[in-house]
Write a protein that binds this ligand. Structure first.
Ligand code: ZN
Length: 291
């Protein structure tokens, strides 16, 4: 073996060793594939404190969580912590956000971290959003779920959250009723908002699609119920446009591959399907990071 051959073997070995340690794609070929791989806008990791939204635990650890996503073909995603969503104190959501930072680093290139706060002690919440953006590098805030710890969106405190996230150029992902969705879309036209969930009946779904269609700063994400009704993904794209419809699964609660299959089988162009499955999320994250 020549010197050059030996050097190539050695460098290939180092790349695969580094890839094994980091758990992320490093070779140019894999990196090129990953740029077109499915990107999930809505993932809740199994928390280190045992908090997990899954109704009957079958993926209780992070390696099992990742293995299940592999099975579904989900190679990238935005992760948040259920520890933060269920926070009883600022310390809880700080711990949750820290574990998200830890796993984003451990699975670098695969997961992007998201900050979650509750606004009960607003000064702490605002400081935590700043910390997540400036120290942890998160550009995503959510999924914010007011029903979990009992807060409302039409309050002066939540207005402060919306304003700070907008100033910091972060994407807000907010779980809402249809009335809450309308309120946020109408009152915060400068915020970049992703609303998860199509809705549970046709009236609800039609109204939610109509709200997003009318407010160009908002986006609709397909997790939960509604997408499984054939024709609804097409309806969302026809009325909103393919640029503001995003794939998300809400795993560990919901099955990722159901949404993926519906998007793949939808009566849409390949370009539209690619936008939904990874392109739009990539664009939102890049735009937020650039700001
Ligand atoms: Zn969720």
């Amino acid at each position: 073996m020549s010197y050059i051959e030996r050097r190539e073997v050695l460098s290939a070995g180092l790349v695969s060793l580094a890839s094994f340690i980091i758990g992320g794609p490093l070779t140019p070929k894999v990196a090129a594939e990953s740029r077109r791989s499915i990107f999930d806008a809505h993932l809740h990791i199994p928390s280190d404190n045992g908090e997990n939204f899954q109704w009957n635990l079958v993926t209780p650890t992070m390696p099992e969580f990742v293995a299940y996503l592999d099975k579904c073909g989900v190679k990238r995603g935005v992760i948040s912590s259920s520890w933060s969503n269920k926070a009883k104190s600022p310390e809880d959501y700080r711990n949750g956000n820290n574990e998200v930072a830890k796993y984003s680093e451990r699975y670098k290139g695969r997961f992007r971290g998201s900050c979650v706060i509750t606004p009960h002690r607003i000064d702490d919440a605002l400081s935590e959003i700043e910390r997540c953006r400036k120290e942890l590098g998160f550009v995503w805030l959510g999924e914010c779920c007011n029903y979990m710890t009992g807060y409302k969106y039409d309050t002066p405190e939540w207005t402060q959250v919306m304003k700070l996230a907008t100033e910091l150029n972060m994407v807000l992902q907010i779980h809402t009723t249809t009335a809450e969705m309308r309120y946020l879309a109408e009152n915060f036209p400068n915020a970049t908002i992703v609303f998860p969930h199509l809705g549970s009946n046709l009236k609800d779904i039609s109204e939610r699609i109509e709200i997003v269609a009318r407010h160009k700063n908002t986006h609709l994400e397909l997790s939960g119920s509604g997408h499984e009704r054939v024709g609804i993904v097409e309806k969302a794209v026809n009325e909103i446009g393919a640029d503001r419809v995003l794939y998300g699964s809400d795993f560990t609660i919901n099955e990722p591959s159901g949404v993926i299959m519906r998007v793949k089988n939808a009566f849409l162009t390949k370009e539209e399907r690619d936008k939904i499955l990874f392109g739009n999320l990539e664009r939102l994250l890049a735009k937020a990071a650039a700001g």
